[in-house]
Write a protein that binds this ligand. Structure first.
Ligand SMILES: Nc1ncnc2c1ncn2[C@@H]1O[C@H](COP(=O)(O)OP(=O)(O)OP(=O)(O)O)[C@@H](O)[C@H]1O
Ligand SMILES: [Mg+2]
Length: 262
């Protein structure tokens, strides 16, 4: 078996006595789509926050491509090849779609974020190339015609795609997506499957994604890890997960069945 792109061991984080993430191990193989699922409050977003450096773990290690990320800032982790999107969309709503994508490049451009948004001289030198790349990324996510539009005016599903384009601007090896289909209608959700597949195939990207829509997860993921109450309770192929007694039990305990959208 190849060395995993992401290796997480014993990751733990407690909030006022509550073990939000409790000794979780996870390995993501390169070139795969890996799902992280579990009932509300299972610890999925906290896990992403620990892996991306937004939160500091109480214990455990995170390594990307064999190199430890422990103690590095979110910015450094992005520069190492780890990008993410957020459960609640975060973007510069008053900036254009194109400018939003360009902000995603700041971890690898010489100019800092203030220079990009303020159009300082150091940035202008890089600007033309960056804008062309940002435009290409917008095209890749199906927003090629929306470059000049105010990000906050885009329909919700398009804002979700814009977030993906911005994350891709960092040229990540691994992209973490926290509920990419949340708030999308069924047609928008369905169209996300071929888009994400294309990213993996054409950009040599690896995806780790949290999503409650089981149809989406089961059709997209090569492998799935299940969390409940901070713990990893199962890990396997979509078929194994669908039939896993602990998974069925976890979803029943939360008042719904595994395989049903939350
Ligand atoms: N900053 C925080 N301070 C205190 N408690 C927190 C904090 N962040 C998360 N929690 C708690 O940790 C647990 C896990 O939350 P988390 O947001 O990681 O769950 P989740 O699996 O992403 O849930 P959802 O599917 O609803 O997004 C919850 O009980 C939550 O209330
Ligand atoms: Mg969450």
């Amino acid at each position: 078996m190849s060395e995993p792109l992401l290796r997480v061991a014993g990751l733990t984080r407690t909030f006022r006595g509550l073990k939000a993430v409790d000794g979780v191990d996870l390995a993501v193989e390169p070139g795969t789509v890996h799902g992280l699922i579990g009932p509300n409050g299972a610890g999925k977003t906290t896990f992403f926050n620990l892996v991306s450096g937004v939160l500091v773990p109480d214990a455990g290690t995170v390594a990307l491509d064999g190199a430890p990320l422990d103690g590095l800032s979110t910015y450094r982790r992005t520069a190492r090849g780890l990008a993410r999107t957020f459960q609640n969309i975060r973007m510069f709503t008053d900036a254009s779609a194109l400018e939003n994508v360009m902000t995603g490049m700041h971890s690898r451009l010489a100019s800092g974020l203030p220079a990009i948004l303020g159009r300082l001289p150091g940035f202008r030198r890089e600007e033309r190339e960056a804008a062309a790349e940002a435009q290409a990324l917008l095209g890749l996510v199906g927003l090629g015609g929306a470059a000049a539009r105010r990000a906050g005016d885009l329909p919700y599903g398009d804002q979700r795609r814009l977030e993906i384009a911005r994350a891709l601007a960092a040229r990540p090896k691994l992209l973490l997506l926290d509920e990419p289909a949340a708030g999308m209608n069924p047609a928008e959700t369905a169209s996300l499957v071929p888009l994400l597949r294309r990213l993996v195939a054409e950009r040599r990207l690896t995806l780790l994604l949290v999503e409650h829509d089981m149809k989406f997860v089961m059709s997209l993921c090569d492998r799935i890890t299940v969390m409940n109450f901070g713990r990893r309770i199962a890990d396997g192929t979509p078929r194994e997960i669908r039939e896993h007694p602990a998974v069925i039990e976890a979803y029943l305990g939360h008042g719904r069945q595994a395989g049903e959208a939350a």
